[in-house]
Design a binder for this molecule. Structure first.
Ligand SMILES: [Zn+2]
Length: 233
């Protein structure tokens, strides 16, 4: 628990609480990009899910399966994403889960910004990715395909690995690395993923908080909580 962290302060979200177990909270998301938007986050104050113990990642994986099945039944299959340890003001791990119309996919949007990504096959891999590459952005599409996009620090690691094994080619790779630095790093700010999502669902107004209707948003928060509670009793 950390003072000043909104996800460590139970009072900040108790009205929106859908479910909790020993390690996690599931709440109705503050910003209802689509009705049914939820956040899953650990009770422990850690920067990203990759910092969870493997046993806790396994519990998270099972919980996510349950959430996906509840959302699919009640709304639509969701996209799921996590900022890892980049671009967020709150340094508390948090998974964003948003039901979307079929065929919605953020993959192309992310792929055009990142040079490095890896398809992973289970939640466990986040632990390794965090340990091995430092930062990442986690994304799971509605079909359940998981991709980890690895920003700048990972490139540094990969580059040094590459340089060790391909010493003579080093000068030819430098320009690409410089380009990567300037192109990718500034884009990962707060709401980066929401912007990609808003574009994918063709609702650009959703990322502009000034234009969000607070009453409608509030109604959706309550409805999401009430509709989903029955799946977690
Ligand atoms: Zn916290």
């Amino acid at each position: 628990m950390k003072d000043g962290c909104i996800l460590c302060d139970h009072k900040q979200f108790e009205e929106r609480l859908i479910f909790e177990n020993e390690h996690f909270y599931l709440i109705s998301a503050p910003l209802q990009i689509n009705v049914g938007s939820v956040l899953l986050f650990p009770k422990q104050h850690i920067p990203c899910l990759g910092d969870l113990e493997k046993s806790q990642l396994a519990i998270a994986g099972e919980t996510i399966k349950h959430i996906v099945s509840a959302l699919s039944e009640e709304y639509n299959k969701p996209v799921i994403y996590e900022y890892g340890d980049v671009g967020t003001a709150v340094k508390h791990a948090c998974l964003h889960i948003v039901p979307v119309a079929p065929q919605t996919d953020l993959y192309q949007g992310l792929k055009s910004d990142f040079r490095i990504w890896a398809q992973i096959y289970s939640f466990y891999a986040l632990h390794t990715i965090r340990w091995r590459f430092g930062n990442y952005i986690f994304y799971q599409n509605p079909e359940g395909i998981i991709t980890a996009f690895i920003p700048i620090s990972a490139q540094t690691v990969l580059w040094s690995d590459f340089a060790l094994s391909h010493k003579d080619q080093r000068p030819f790779l430098m320009p690409k690395f410089a380009e990567f630095l300037t192109e990718v790093f500034p884009k990962i700010g707060p709401r980066y993923l929401e912007m990609i999502l808003a574009k994918a669902i063709e609702k650009p107004e959703l990322i502009n908080l000034d234009k969000t209707d607070p009453e409608l948003n509030n109604e959706r928060q309550v409805s999401t909580r009430d509709q989903l509670k029955k799946y977690f009793t």
